[in-house]
Design a protein around this ligand. Structure first.
Ligand code: PMV
Length: 324
């Protein structure tokens, strides 16, 4: 007997003000708020079917049986939804990204956003956006920001168990483009869950977290006023601060490769010469270069000429996670 089936898609997102470190690691409640932009066209599509004839949960990722750690993470997530819905059936989960897994574009955010919508509906729950964002957060913190659309803020006050993300501007509000310069497709040495747990071993983390409310205000205002220069400066500062924390944890995490730094230097020089562009880097070596849509094609060509840049993906602001 099938209980229910549902399919949903969710976009990846790029953090403009970063989440790094938790005040409650189990509940994935972040030490500081964050702001991101959804990435249109870089999506995970996920179908979930609860089926009483199954004797275990099953997960297919990009048409292949998932690895044991990936399955374990999804089973934990399914357990949460089963508890919420009061059901005990196992599920078959089929998930596909339309961007290459090794492309250095975080897939956990789009994956858990799509999984939240598909699993809850397949289990018979009707959750609102806030509840879906909270559910996505339990799978991967940044996934809560891929549930609402456009430019999204994950607010956090006093280690709030109900923390969730909400949209601060719709996707069409400001046509920014994220040009993603891929410099390595290798699996990252330290995953973000482990990275978050090390954050407070850095003497810089407390200063980074204490200054986050001010950086969030500046970033939110820059988005609402479409002020690219202010956005560029705060986005680069925030990214550099997160990587300074990463580099000074025990053990340290160094995500950058030589080509990462080459792109950062180039973007800095281009901006000095009048091209509107800024860089930001998540937990990996690849560089997200943001620009207003009018500069995207010039920027794309320039990025492709930097030695070590293997590929450049482009994404405009994306919409909310949705059912298919
Ligand atoms: O959601 P996680 O646990 O994969 O953490 C994401 C961490 C960063 O991508 C580095 C920053 C962010 O805010 O997305």
């Amino acid at each position: 007997m099938l209980l229910g089936t549902a399919t949903a898609i969710g976009c990846a997102n790029i953090a403009l003000i970063k989440y790094w470190g938790n005040c409650d690691p189990d509940a994935r409640i972040p030490a500081n708020g964050s702001i991101s932009m959804n990435l249109d066209g870089l999506v995970t599509r996920t179908s979930v079917t609860f089926d009483s004839s199954l004797s275990l949960d099953q997960l297919s990722l990009n048409n292949q049986a998932a690895s044991a750690p990936a399955l374990a993470r999804v089973v934990e997530f399914l357990d949460t939804v089963r508890r919420m819905a009061g059901i005990q059936m196992y599920a078959y989960v089929e998930s596909e990204n339309n961007f290459p897994m090794g492309a250095g574009i975080a897939s956990s955010a789009s994956a858990f956003a799509a999984l939240s919508l598909a699993t809850s509906r397949a289990a018979g729950l009707e959750l609102n956006e806030r509840q879906l964002s909270q559910l996505a957060r339990s799978g991967s913190g940044s996934a809560c920001r891929s549930v609402p659309g456009g430019f999204v803020e994950w607010k956090v006050a006093a280690c709030d168990i109900d923390s969730a993300a909400e949209s601060i501007a719709p996707p069409g509000y400001w046509d920014l483009v994220d040009c993603i310069a891929v410099v390595s497709q290798a699996q990252k040495p330290t995953g973000s869950t482990e990275g978050h747990s090390l954050a407070y071993t850095s003497p810089l983390q407390t200063a980074r977290v204490n200054g986050a409310p001010e950086r969030l205000d500046i970033c939110r205002r820059a988005i609402l006023e479409k002020d690219f220069e202010t956005l560029a400066n705060i986005v680069e500062l925030d990214s550099n601060m997160m990587h300074a924390v990463m580099m000074t944890t025990r053990p340290p995490i160094l995500y950058w490769q030589p080509a990462t730094l080459a792109v950062m230097h180039a973007v800095t020089a281009w901006r000095k010469n009048g091209l509107s562009a800024c860089y930001t880097i998540d937990a990996g070596p690849n560089v997200h270069v943001l620009c207003p849509a009018a500069s995207a094609s010039d920027l794309n060509n320039l990025l492709r000429q930097i030695p070590g840049v293997q590929q450049v993906y482009q994404a405009h602001p994306g919409g909310p996670a949705r059912y298919l």
